[in-house]
Structures are given as C-alpha cells and as structure tokens.
Design a protein around this ligand. Structure first.
Ligand code: CTP
Length: 416
C-alpha cells in the first residue's frame, strides 16, 4: 500500500513526521512531498530518513535547481502508484489552489493528476480558517469528494485561540486507514508468529533443514500488523525481506526458536505457529566437516522439542493458538489429529503436493479445521489473502470467547 503524504508550510508541519510513523506502523509505504514553504519549517531530511524514500520537493529538478528529466514526469508516476493522498498540515493557500485547480508545484500538480482519494487536514490561524474564502474552498473540495478533517479548537501558535489546530494525528491516520479499507479488528492483540524453516547442524558446514520459504508466516505477520496488532515475529533463516514487525527475532535451530517463542509467550494473546520446525536433529554434531574419504556416515537423529505442545501446556485460557500442518498424505485426517492432540483453536491444513500450494509458491490452497469438526476449504489464493482469511476466523474465535465470558459473568452475578 502506497500513500503520498503532502506537507505544506505551517507550524504543525513537524507533526507530519508522527503521522508518517503511524502509517508505516500499519505497513503503509509513504512518499512524502513537501512544498517550498513546508521546508521553511522542517527539513526534508527528517522525512527522508523516516520514510526511506527521497522526499519530493520540486517539480523540475531538485531543491538546488539541478534539472532532472525524471522529476518532470514523476508526478504522473506517483499519481498512478498511490492508493491515497493525504495533505497534513494543509494551509489555506493549498486549499485555495486545490479548489481552483491550480497546479504550480509538485503537490498541487499531483492533486490534479491522481485519481486516488484525497484527505486534507487543514491547520492555520483561526481568522484564516473562518474566512469566507477558505470556508468556500473547503466546501468546494468536500463537494468534489475530498475528505476534509475539521481542525480542532484551542490555543494556536500565533497566540490566538479558536479553530485552526491540526486534527489529531491519530484521527488523520484513522481517516487514511478507513480510506485504504484497513481493518482494525486486531487492535489490542499481540500476535506471536513463527515463520520459515529451522536448521539443525550436521557438521561444521552442513545443516538439515526443509524447503519452507517463510512466505506464509511473513504474510501472517504483515496481515496482522495491517489489522492493528502488535507483532512479534520469530523467523528461521529465509531469503525474504521481513515485514516491519514491532519485534523481530532471528533464529536458526529449533531450540533457538523454542527459546524465543517461550520468552515472548506471556505477552502474546494470539500465537500463530507457522514455522516448519525440524522434528529431528542429528544426535551428534561433528565439529569438523565430514570428509568424503570418511566412511559414508549413517545419521542418527533425535527428536526436537515439540514447541506447540509446550505452548499449549503453558497457555492461558484467553490465548488463541493456531497451528499449521503441511502434509503430503491423508491431509485432513492428519491435520485433524494434530488439532485434537495439540488442543488448538484452529489448524491450517495444507497439501504441499498440490500445484500452487506449499513451500516456494506465492499462492496457497488450504483448509481451515476447527475443534467442532468444521472444515472450511479455501480456493487457491495469495498467501496474504490466506493470512487474512485465517485472521478473519481468529477474530470470530475471539468474539465468541468474549461473548461466553460476558454470559458467564452475567450468570455469576445472577447467582451471586
Ligand atoms: N511444530 C512445533 N514444534 C515441532 C514441530 C512442529 O511447534 N517440533 C508445530 C509446527 O509449527 C506446526 C505444527 O506443530 O504448527 C504441526 O507441525 P508438523 O511438523 O506438521 O507436526 P508434527 O506434530 O511435528 O507431526 P509430523 O511431523 O509427524 O507430521
């Protein structure tokens, strides 16, 4: 998800940095555009460092006046790539230009060039806000479908009191999330996700591992974060860029994964055990490389700790635990047996022999199995969509548990 954040010249310009962080926290990629007067208040460096992208400041060339062919058409590229444009703070001047369709810098040109929804958060002196010209411009913008967030009342930087304060950063972020269709239904949850394979050393250079890419676990971490959860990602070795979880623990062996998971278990309200954990490790690790001229080795394996088993032993009743079962034979029977044995709230069964499912694929074909015997087969879809469908079910499980708690409380009160 890509959003353009336009910053115009006002005392509140520095607050846009906080907005940028809130948007990024939910997985939104932010391209910042600053007007010339915004740069009198905050330097582009702040936003470049936070966003990880060059800040766009000029229509033609950079702020030093160096001509740049790319930038001459950049507004079109940005216009087409964004899912929303938010301008915060928006000055009276930019509102007037938008209302008139004036395009005399990058930001106002982008306003005309984009079809993405536009959100503006005005901030200015109370008299400027209440001026008939500004009010009429705001009205015009509203009629055209621009979402205008009313400024708040209070003490203004100019020393006056009244309407003109930038709406709260949380409210602006909320408006952007609504526009992007981001759900908030995991707000307040701490999601512990394990992802990827584990590796068990065989000798000084070799490992036993499996073909898990980490994609499914990363998709669940990403989807959880977008839905408002705090995410703790415990990841085995993968080649992927990890999603920006609040906590990222990189591990290699099953033992390291177990330790990381158990360390964070108490904080977690939702545990998604996606990692393809090695079930066995070599009974003995050779400290040196096993050489070809050595006798052909016979590997003796020893079982690793069943982490999910340990989680379930230690879990608190309000913790929701989801397991994954990658199977090749008797998929449903095996997965259902694991669901029962490990007393899970949900298991995601995955026939890894199917085309478009399993380890390396971007898509997956899974069936969700529940303790009451229900089976919900999903069609082939992207791993991010699978992640969201799993989370939809988790949200339902949470809601049902809350209803039960409320009923029990009511009964206890009546009995008391
Ligand atoms: N799992 C785990 N600890 C292990 C092995 C697996 O926590 N040592 C978890 C996996 O992350 C997954 C679930 O248990 O969520 C099922 O993993 P799987 O390997 O399919 O099940 P096992 O119980 O190990 O059974 P088997 O390998 O015999 O199919």
């Amino acid at each position: 998800m890509r959003v353009a954040l336009g910053v115009t010249g006002g005392i509140a310009a520095y607050k846009a940095a906080e907005l940028l962080r809130l948007l990024q926290d939910r997985g939104v990629d932010v391209q910042v555009i600053m007007t010339r007067s915004a740069r009198e208040f905050v330097t582009p460096l702040t936003f470049a460092a936070l966003s990880g992208h060059k800040v766009i400041t000029e229509m033609f060339g950079d702020a030093q006046g160096e001509p740049n062919v790319e930038s001459a058409i950049e507004h079109i590229a940005v216009a087409q790539s964004i899912e929303a444009l938010v301008i915060a703070p928006a000055t009276a001047n930019v509102l007037a230009k938008m209302a008139q369709g004036i395009a005399d810098d990058f930001l106002t040109t982008l306003c005309l060039a984009t079809r993405a929804p536009v959100i503006v958060a005005p901030a200015m002196n109370v008299n400027m806000w209440e001026h008939a010209a500004t009010q009429q411009n705001v009205e015009t913008l509203r009629e055209r479908g621009v979402k205008v967030l009313e400024p708040g009342e209070g003490y203004l930087a100019c020393g006056m009191t009244g309407a003109g304060r930038l709406a709260s950063i949380a409210a602006i972020a909320q408006a952007v999330f609504e526009t992007l269709g981001l759900r908030e239904d995991l707000q307040g949850e701490t999601v512990l996700v394990t992802a990827g394979p584990t590796e068990e050393a065989l000798d000084a250079v070799r490992v036993l591992s499996n073909r898990s890419s980490g994609r499914m676990g990363y998709a669940l971490a990403e989807a959880s974060r977008r839905r408002g959860a705090r995410v703790i990602l415990v990841s085995g070795p993968t080649r992927l860029d990890p999603p920006a979880a609040q906590v990222l623990e990189r591990v290699r062996t099953t033992e390291e994964l177990a330790q990381a998971v158990l360390r964070h278990l108490d904080e977690a309200s939702l545990i998604l055990m996606v990692a393809a954990v090695a079930d066995f490790r070599p009974a003995q690790v050779q400290p040196r490389k096993i050489k070809r001229q050595d006798a052909t080795p016979v590997l003796k394996l020893t079982p690793t700790q069943d982490i999910l088993g340990e989680i379930v032993r230690r879990r608190r009743s309000e913790q929701i635990v989801v397991g994954f079962a990658a199977e090749t034979d008797n998929v449903m029977e095996n997965a259902a047996a694991k669901l029962r044995k490990k007393r899970l709230d949900l298991i995601v069964a995955n026939d890894v022999t199917q085309e478009g499912a399993g380890f390396e694929a971007d898509t997956n074909i899974v069936t969700l199995l529940f303790p009451d015997g229900r089976a919900l087969p999903l069609e082939k879809m992207s791993k991010l969509d699978v992640a969201n469908r799993v989370l939809d079910e988790v949200v339902k499980i949470r809601q049902a548990a809350r209803r039960d708690d409320a009923q029990n409380d009511a009964r206890a009160r009546t009995a008391g």
